[in-house]
Design a binder for this molecule. Structure first.
Ligand code: GLN
Length: 206
């Protein structure tokens, strides 16, 4: 068993960077913002936070990080994408703006702003496979202009779906090997169990 503790980067171009750093730090792992190639090279894994996927896409290119992040993902770097981060890690996107690209990695099609424009934000409780005790103590999930997963290819595994309301059945958490994506924002609730799942994925990859 490797004993080294991982360093997890949080892509720090836009979005909920501080909240992810705080959640990871509270779990006892080193967490640092990543804005440069040299910072990316120094981390074992990467969190892609929520924010605005079109903006993050543009900034990734402007900072010349899109190629290096793609290379790391192709080489097996674990990554966790929340909301806009889920969009960035999806292989296919519906409802993107003209020219919007994703980094890809997860064999899913996501629909941007899927829950409807009139409901910018909603909250619901979810059971998520791999998240400790969520069957008896569900994860309180916060969705903010969130995507859902419209289609899941054979390489990816569904971990969670919305249970009730108009979006019942919609897929909102998926894993593919070392890649984890959620439509919601676990970094804003103080419940660190989704981050704990990701830290375990990272530790298992070392
Ligand atoms: N709607 C945003 C997008 O398309 C995602 C929102 C979020 O990350 N909270 O990127």
């Amino acid at each position: 068993m490797p004993t080294t503790s991982p360093t997890i980067g949080v892509l720090a171009l836009q979005g909920d960077v501080r909240e992810h750093v705080a959640a990871l730090t509270s779990l006892g792992v080193a967490a640092v913002g990543v804005r440069r190639r040299s910072e990316l090279d120094a981390v074992d894994a990467l969190v892609l936070p929520g924010g605005e996927s079109t903006t993050i896409d543009k900034l990734l290119r402007a900072f010349e990080l899109d190629g290096p992040v793609r290379e790391r993902l192709a080489a097996g770097m674990p990554a966790y994408g929340s909301c806009a981060g889920m969009i960035l890690l999806a292989d296919r996107i519906i409802g993107g703006i003209d020219g919007q690209r994703t980094l890809g990695g997860v064999d899913i099609t996501v629909r941007r702003n899927a829950f409807g424009r009139q409901v910018d934000s909603f909250e619901t409780d979810l059971v998520i496979d791999g998240v400790a005790d969520s069957a008896t103590d569900p994860v309180h999930a916060v969705f903010i202009r969130a995507p859902w997963v419209e289609e899941v290819g054979p390489a990816a595994t569904v971990l969670g779906r919305v249970e009730d309301g108009p979006a019942a059945g919609r897929i909102v958490a998926v894993r593919q090997g070392p890649l984890l994506v959620t439509s919601f924002h676990p970094e804003v609730t103080g419940d660190t169990r989704v981050h704990r799942l990701f830290v375990q994925i990272v530790r298992d990859s070392l």
